[in-house]
Design a protein around this ligand. Structure first.
Ligand code: FES
Length: 182
């Protein structure tokens, strides 16, 4: 499928739901973030063809869409694994051995921060704080929080998730293979 055909399909899929989103906001600019989130939920990630589609639907400059998509870590700009591990390494977590945990995950999954496992299941990212400092060390996997982590607890979680079937490797809308997380 060419990028142009993908864009036409996305335009068709997203025009109506984004129009619904717009009804809740005073200006079209305010609807950019929820529109990006909607697109990500539907396609798994957002990249330049998607910025163009959203800017067209909302009738706002593409740069406004890009600025928000690139500023917030909430948005994935490349294809990532089915499970996105965001391990916190900020001070409270670091003082409770977060770096050891990162190393443990790296060894277990054979990936470094920013990489996706070959079977497409896991992407590892280190993050600054996920608001769970009182129950450090902590990580998020997709939308779920895991706290008071230990190597054993991480092993249990990852072993359970590994039982899920590996996904076929996705391509980004620009046709690139999944790789490092931006
Ligand atoms: S420092 Fe790790 S959750 Fe806040």
């Amino acid at each position: 499928m060419t990028i142009e055909t993908s864009k036409q399909n996305m335009l068709k899929d997203l025009t109506e739901p984004i129009a619904e989103i717009c009804k809740r906001y005073p200006t079209r600019r305010s609807a950019i973030m929820p529109a990006l989130y909607l697109a990500q939920e539907k396609y798994g990630f957002i990249d330049q063809p998607m910025y163009q589609v959203i800017s067209k639907i909302l009738d706002v400059p593409e740069i406004w869409v890009y600025e928000l998509a690139s500023f917030y870590t909430l948005y994935q700009r490349k294809a990532i694994g089915k499970y996105h591990l965001q391990l916190c390494t900020n001070v409270p977590c670091m003082l409770r051995d977060a770096y050891d945990l990162v190393e443990h995950v790296q060894t277990k999954l054979g990936i470094k921060p920013g990489e996706t496992s070959k079977n497409g299941l896991f992407t590892l990212t280190t993050v600054e704080c996920i608001g769970s400092c009182d129950v450090a060390p902590a990580m998020m996997i997709n939308q779920t929080y895991y706290t008071k982590l230990s190597k054993q607890k991480i092993d249990q979680i990852l072993d359970q998730l590994s039982e899920t079937k590996a996904l076929p490797q996705k391509e980004t809308l620009s046709g690139k293979k999944p790789g490092a997380v931006s």
